[in-house]
Every structure is written in C-alpha cells, then in structure tokens.
Write a protein that binds this ligand. Sequence first.
Ligand code: XMP
Ligand code: MG
Length: 179
Amino acid sequence: MHPDVEKILLNEEQIKERVAQLGRQISQDYQGESILMVGILKGAMIFLADLVRHINVPTFFDFMAVSSYGAGTVSSGAVRILKDLEKSIHGRHVIIVEDIVDTGLTLQYLVENMKARGPASLKICTLLDKPSRRKVAVPVDYNGFSIPDEFVVGYGLDYNERYRNLPYIAVLKPEIYQI
Ligand code: XMP
Ligand code: MG
C-alpha cells in the first residue's frame, strides 16, 4: 500500500468485477447500435480504458477536458472547456464517462452542452457517485459504486494531480490533504 494512503475503499478485484458488469450491461443495452464514449479527462481515462474492453458492440472514443474553477477538493460549478470533442456527435449514441459525480455541477454543464449538439441519445456512466453531496439532480444511467463523502484518489482520480496511477480507490491520510 502507498505510504500516503489511510485506507483502501475499493480494491483492484472489486473494481475489476464491477467494471466488467457495467460493460456487459452497456453491451446489452446498445445491441445493434454503435456507441460514442466521451471520456472526461483526465480522471475517467483509466475507467474508460478498462470499461470498453468489456463492451462488445462497435465503440468509438472521444475526449473532453474540463476544469471546474477552483483548486483542491471542491467544485465551484463554473465549468471551462479545456479540450473540446474532435468530431460532431450529431445523431450518435453518446455515453459520457466520468470518474466521479459529486455536486453534479460538472455533469449538469456537460449534459446541457452536449444535448445542444443533437446526439441521438445521451447517457451518463460514472465509476463513483457521492450522492450525499449532490446540489443538482443529474440522471446517472450507469454507476459503478456509491461512496460516502470522502475525498478519494486512485484509478484515475487525483489529489493535486498525484495518485492517479494507484490501482485501487483510496482515502489519503489527513495530513496529506493539508499539503
Ligand atoms: P462535481 O462536484 O461537479 O465534481 O460533481 C465532479 C468533479 O470533481 C472532482 N472530484 C473528485 N476528484 N476525488 C477526486 O479525485 C474525489 O473524491 C472527488 N470528488 C469530486 C472530479 O474531478 C470530478 O470530475
Ligand atoms: Mg481532479
């Protein structure tokens, strides 16, 4: 275990099993269609990479990078697009792939933004959900795990850009969050 980690919330095995389940469920739901997965950088990168390997319908990727103004562990709701999609999503079956839904403000913005581009359908898939922190309702179609209100890292998620490479989801020691 990494020395900065206080506890592991979800281990590699749990993540692997749940991601495979989500992939199978998505495959069933999109039989006969093709999917455009829109990964939200950078947090969703590892989740998306593992998820798509369990999907057996034609799957395309694109990516978007957004920043919610404000550093550290809180989201402000003001969202800025740092990298936009490469291609039109008009008429496509789009799934937004997120690492975590917290207040819901980032996803609310993304959903409005993407709906305006005229996809054939739009769904949301998130690895993690912190339902107790929600400020706005967002329709999450696929959720890996609901977790308590703790700031987590690993499997793509960061604290000040660190710890994304940890293969599990963990909570850091309290003193680390003060750095
Ligand atoms: P909102 O509040 O807009 O936030 O739903 C979503 C974004 O906030 C970040 N976030 C976290 N990042 N560990 C992280 O590494 C967490 O526990 C956490 N909670 C929220 C994340 O970037 C997400 O896309
Ligand atoms: Mg982050």
